[in-house]
Ligand binder design. Structure first.
Ligand code: 13P
Length: 259
């Protein structure tokens, strides 16, 4: 596996000025650190253009939180892959559980979004994960397999090189989330890896699988040490730059020791 991916989804947080201040400080820090991993931030749509300008040509990857699959059309409130491509966006987060839960995002539409993103040279960061009820009923592997098989349907092995996957169990995300046990993460990541290899052969071996859901100061290194984990996708614990910086610093030391 190549480099680790470490990033944060701001969700519906931070005004433009707050976002710009955050990114400016983060860039200064990353320049000094010369990190051995990929770092990304995913701001709300309204901040994307100015943050793109502030981050162009830097080592920070920039992502969007959602996108429509069509190039243009009568889709009020949506943003197209063409618009994100024009901005030079690096990646697009698709299928976050909050979008599935509150906006009825489904795997069939995600399939169209993923293929559109790939066509436009934008890396899809696909989020998958089971609900608490699904885990209680013992169908978590089937649920995640189904999410992956439908949303990645028709993606070629060559195109699969663009993919990033995040395993985010719904029960571990957000204020009400309960941090997952390392063994639960290891098992599901291994399952996802097997599935990606069955879909894409050798290319499936190289797709980064990130973990997200209540990653915090106490557990981030434990999670990163899990062999099957290729990166972290952090919400709340990275919204405060001082907290994110501290994690990045330790991850940098860890990555150097692992090289
Ligand atoms: P939390 O880290 O706040 O649980 O959120 C994780 C997440 O949703 C990342 O996409």
């Amino acid at each position: 596996m190549g480099k680790l991916w470490i990033g944060t989804n701001w969700k519906m947080n931070k005004t433009l000025q707050e976002g710009l201040d955050y990114v400016k400080e983060l860039l200064a820090f990353l320049d000094a650190l010369q990190p051995q991993f990929h770092t990304f931030v995913i701001p709300p749509h309204t901040s994307l253009w100015p943050i793109r300008e502030a981050t162009r040509g830097t080592r920070l990857f920039l992502g969007a939180q959602n996108m429509h699959w069509a190039e243009a059309g009568a889709f009020t409130g949506e943003i197209s892959p063409t618009m994100l491509q024009e901005m030079g966006i690096d990646l697009v987060e698709l299928g976050h559980s909050e979008r599935r839960q509150y906006y009825n995002e489904n795997d069939y539409d995600l399939n169209k979004k993923i293929r559109a993103a790939i066509r436009h040279g934008i890396r899809p960061l696909l989020c998958v994960g089971e609900s608490l009820t699904e885990r209680q009923f013992g169908v978590e592997t089937e649920v995640v397999a189904s999410q992956l098989k439908i949303s990645l349907h028709g993606v070629s092995s060559h195109e699969a090189a663009q993919l990033l996957i995040a395993y985010e169990p719904v029960w571990a995300i957000g204020e009400a989330g309960k941090p997952a046990e390392p063994a639960q993460i290891a098992r599901m990541h291994a399952h996802i890896r097997d599935l990606l290899c069955s879909l894409f052969g050798d290319s499936g071996r190289r797709i980064p699988i990130l973990y997200g859901g209540s990653v915090n100061q106490e557990n981030f290194l434990t999670y990163l040490r899990i062999k099957e984990v290729n990166g972290l996708f952090i919400g709340r614990a990275a919204w405060d730059l001082a907290s994110f910086r501290q994690m990045l610093q330790e991850i940098h030391r860890y990555a150097l020791a692992e090289m």
